[in-house]
Write a protein that binds this ligand. Sequence first.
Ligand code: SAM
Length: 319
Amino acid sequence: MIDLYNRVIDYMRISITDRCNLRCVYCRPETARALPESELLTFPEILRICCEGSRLGIRFVKLTGGEPLMRDGVPQLVDLLKTKAGIERVSLTTNGILLSRYIDALQDAGIDGITVSLDTLDPERFKSITGSPRLADILSAVQASMARNIPVKINAALIGGGEPAWRDLAELAKTETLTVRFIEMMPLGYGSRFQGVRNDAILDRMRKIYPGIVEDSADRGAGPAVYYRIPNFKGRIGFISAMSHSFCHTCNRIRLTADGVLKPCLCYASGIDAKAALRNGSVRQALLDAVALKPRSHCFVQANPEKPLETRLMSAIGG
Ligand code: SAM
């Protein structure tokens, strides 16, 4: 599928639940309400949408949430997405709390990569951001994934913590063969209440601390991250700089929300009702319409008064 701005759309992020077992202050704090389960797309419905998407050129799927592993049957869904829908690469983003429990089944299902969202290695700070004391469980799940040769990325959306916060995380890539990525906070949902950390500031400091750091221009992956290599680091560092550097011209994705809306862009409220499309047999057209609606760029930095902004929580959209 090619959109109005000549971008090839081959990636779909699917939020399979808006429920989460963490209460991150910038994402889904205590007060957030979950959708009734009856409003979530069923796995057969998600599979139908992906079968059609695959026929139209969707090659990559990322399962997200809420916390996707709170829903039963994720490994089976991964398997069906690959074997029945023909999706080339299926990956998962998780907070890691339940990951150890499912890692073998995910590996058997052929998961192509796991992203673990983790904003700090400091147990006290982790608790103050997420409300949970279970940092150690996440770290052991990361080890378990790497031990099975599943590619692991750590995604950190920082809300302060200073240099110790990002440096601890970055140095995970020194000893471990994984990718640590820094994501700039976007003013969506509760995120608008927090001042994020500019990736340029982190990169400037990294250039001083690790003078040999170089951009790995050969390595772009399926997303918007820019990657760097540091001498003597086993892993790599990535930056996803939605606020300070627009990457919309390379956007290759559409999103499917937990309640069945095909979203052309994270930033805007507009979307196509995939549930109605499932009922009346027009899933193919719904996907084409979602792609045709993709705007040239997001408007997080410069407001676009003509288009309403997204008001759903990140947990319903999936990030
Ligand atoms: N529970 C899963 C996880 O932890 O990866 C998937 C859902 S979570 C919404 C996906 C990602 O969105 C997390 O890395 C989280 O830090 C990030 N996120 C949430 N709100 C954000 C915001 N306003 N700006 C940038 N990233 C955000």
